[in-house]
Design a protein around this ligand. Structure first.
Ligand code: SAM
Length: 292
């Protein structure tokens, strides 16, 4: 449950177990003005602040005029080792805040393991929401945002990448992807090959920063664009969903049945063949085959 301003204060706890909790704190994705008052309060009140990079988070704290009690590095390589100690400290009544370099912890960033372990131990999980590049890019994209799929970073190579590209290509919802600038050209080319070059895409660059840019066009156009203008800064790719497959009409089924019959198939075999080929119910094909 979220704490009110007063209950998130730095005063000593009445009972250690009631106070101990894990607090996920969203931080700006480029514009320090996006650091919320609640985030500042949570960071100032924490006994321990877990962060990916002490220098980067140190600068953020300095900007907010906060002196953290204790900073600890928890990144992709160290999160699993930190879990036991962090959960134990929460159990002793300490407030542990988690921030990452930018955006929301746990979104293509550390945090998920700490939450899972703290929740499994029965501790309170509190969230101080802040910006996330994925949602920021999605709402600016103009592509359907009512339902969307977040894919984060694609696997870099191998069958994992090929398989994920196929999943992305067939996804009907808008897809949000993260990518490093030096890999944007490769990923756009792979997406164009998997989805077709006509698929709409929005390149959201340097969101909330001075050089924020939203480029809209087709995947082929995006490939051309990044070949002409070297990608710099941070990118989110927002990809339109796959078009719904064309609906199979009764006329399509009748035409397919005629072809099967002309080739000598029995009614039974023709029905089975057409149903499988057009992915429609046998009952529907049978009714059209027999005039029923
Ligand atoms: N946890 C973060 C969040 O909630 O957005 C994401 C962290 S992930 C390691 C970093 C990726 O997020 C970058 O490679 C880029 O794809 C995207 N990103 C972060 N900040 C961005 C910004 N200001 N503009 C565009 N993309 C950004």
């Amino acid at each position: 449950m979220a704490m009110s301003s007063s209950s998130a204060s730095t005063s000593e706890p009445a009972g250690a177990s009631a106070r101990g909790r894990l607090v996920l704190v969203g931080t700006p994705i480029g514009n320090l003005g996006d650091l919320t008052p609640r985030a500042i309060e949570a960071l100032a009140g924490a006994d321990l602040v877990c962060c990916e990079d002490t220098r980067r988070t140190g600068r953020l704290l300095q900007h907010a005029g906060i002196r953290a009690r204790e900073l600890r590095v928890v990144n992709d390589h160290t999160e699993d080792r930190a879990v036991t100690d962090v959960v134990a400290r929460i159990g002793r009544g300490e407030v542990v805040a988690v921030v990452t370099d930018a955006g929301m912890p746990g979104i293509s960033d550390p945090g998920e393991q700490l939450v899972a372990a703290a929740a499994a131990a029965g501790h309170t999980i509190e969230v101080v929401p802040g910006p996330s590049a994925a949602v920021t890019a999605l709402v600016a994209s103009g592509l359907p945002a009512g339902r969307f799929a977040f894919e984060g970073f694609l696997p870099r190579k191998g069958s994992g990448r090929t398989e994920r590209l196929a999943v992305v290509a067939g996804e009907r919802r808008t897809v949000v992807l993260y990518e490093a600038p030096h890999r944007v050209a490769r990923t756009l080319a792979d997406l164009a090959a998997a989805c077709g070059g006509d698929r709409r895409v929005v390149l959201a660059r340097e969101l909330t920063k001075l050089h924020e840019e939203l480029w809209r066009g087709s995947l082929d156009g995006a490939v051309q664009r990044v070949a002409e203008v070297e990608p710099r800064g941070e990118y989110v790719l927002v990809l339109d969903g796959a078009a719904a497959p064309a609906e199979v009409t009764d006329a399509d089924i009748v035409a397919a049945l005629e072809l099967e019959r002309a080739a000598g198939a029995s009614t039974r075999d023709a029905v089975a063949e057409v149903a499988a080929e057009l992915h429609v119910a046998k009952r529907r094909v049978y009714a059209l085959a027999t005039g029923g």
